[in-house]
Design a binder for this molecule. Structure first.
Ligand SMILES: C[S@@+](CC[C@H](N)C(=O)[O-])C[C@H]1O[C@@H](n2cnc3c(N)ncnc32)[C@H](O)[C@@H]1O
Length: 331
């Protein structure tokens, strides 16, 4: 029988969890994953390609091996499959920009003890400020995160074969969903509702991809902007529900139901927790981000989403996993 004595290893790794944010953010900042992908597989080669010190390159590689993003075999380093898919510049789902951005957010966590005590943000809640410049930095950095979920949602909706469809994306941000869905269906048209500076970012993305002629923006607050009636085949609400209260989500879903044509579908994408709040790990941790940044947001359970959608008048709700997010599709 083995006597399983606890060691402080895990606790110490968690206490120093910001080391991982630092290593991944710094490696992304020097395009380390891209250089590794292109064959710079020793500290010396990496240092030369990335124009960083050899000591720094070696330290980053040690850290990346430690966090499981890089493998070392016979003295050569290489990206793991995850690093290769999600941290190499130029790949469609590349999260390097997000890794660089999160490095700059680390200091904000020092406010968490006070935020936990008071039950809400100690400064202006990020999510409730009109035209908040915060979004101009966040939105391009998180665009790649939505690629797997948007791709799955297109499959679930049968979008490529759906013919002429009209889409409404509420809080569309970078415009990544519109870009991917208009590419998937050359007869689809999309309208994005967001703050004006953010819509400008989305317009640029759609222009770059040659899709601007099928993309329209409405500038404004989705709490007060009329969505219209019976206009859309598909409505989308991605990574918004977590910043809103249950009542606000139900209210928006009710107006979106009205904005859909008969038989239309609402897609909600978010970090959804299991009904007993025992997992998944990412959405459980993400709740702290909403405590820091919103007055009423949180990570909501499946049963809550189903409840709000049924109250809003939808008849059928299905859930689809796109880790770490979940899609709820309501008709
Ligand atoms: C977390 S981002 C999600 C972006 C995009 N839907 C996605 O999944 O990649 C939240 C977006 O909602 C927008 N937003 C937040 N509150 C809003 C409001 N009250 N009215 C309009 N847009 C809002 C922000 O500007 C931002 O673009």
């Amino acid at each position: 029988m083995t006597n399983h004595q606890p060691t402080p290893d895990t606790v110490l790794q968690l206490i120093n969890g910001y080391w991982a944010t630092g290593i991944v953010g710094a490696a992304a900042g020097h395009a380390v994953f891209t250089h590794l992908e292109n064959g710079a597989d020793t500290p010396g080669l990496l240092a030369a390609r990335a124009k960083i010190s050899e000591r720094g390159a070696g330290t980053l590689l040690d850290g990346l091996v430690s966090v499981g993003l890089v493998e070392l075999r016979e003295g050569r380093y290489r990206n793991t499959a995850e690093a290769s898919a999600y941290l190499v510049e130029g790949k469609p789902a590349c999260l390097s920009g997000f890794a660089r951005l999160k490095l700059t957010h680390m200091g904000g966590l020092a406010a968490l003890p006070e935020v936990v005590r008071t039950g809400g943000p100690v400064t202006d809640p990020t999510t409730e400020v009109a035209d908040n410049p915060h979004w101009e930095l966040v939105v391009p950095a998180i665009a790649a995160q939505s690629v797997p979920a948007a791709t799955l949602a297109a499959q679930v909706l049968g979008l490529p074969e759906a013919g002429e469809v009209s889409i409404l994306d509420v809080g569309g941000g970078s415009g990544i969903y519109s870009a991917l869905w208009l590419e998937a269906n050359p007869r689809a048209r999309s309208t994005q509702l967001d703050w004006e500076p953010i819509n400008n970012i989305a317009r640029r993305l759609l222009e770059e991809r040659g899709l601007a002629d099928r993309f329209t923006c409405v500038d404004g607050d989705f709490h007060t902007t009329d969505f219209g009636e019976g206009l859309y085949d598909v409505a989308l609400y991605s990574h918004i529900a977590h910043q809103e209260s249950p009542e606000q989500n139900t209210e928006v879903f009710t107006r979106l139901r009205r904005a859909l044509k008969p038989g239309g579908a609402l897609v909600v994408c978010d970090y959804v927790v299991d009904d007993d709040r025992s997992g998944p790990a990412f959405p459980l941790l993400f709740a702290s981000e909403m405590l820091l940044k919103s007055n009423q947001g949180g990570t909501w359970r499946r049963t809550e989403y189903r409840d709000w959608l049924l109250k809003a008048g939808f008849g059928d709700v299905s859930f689809h996993s796109a880790p770490p997010a979940t899609l709820a599709v309501a008709r």
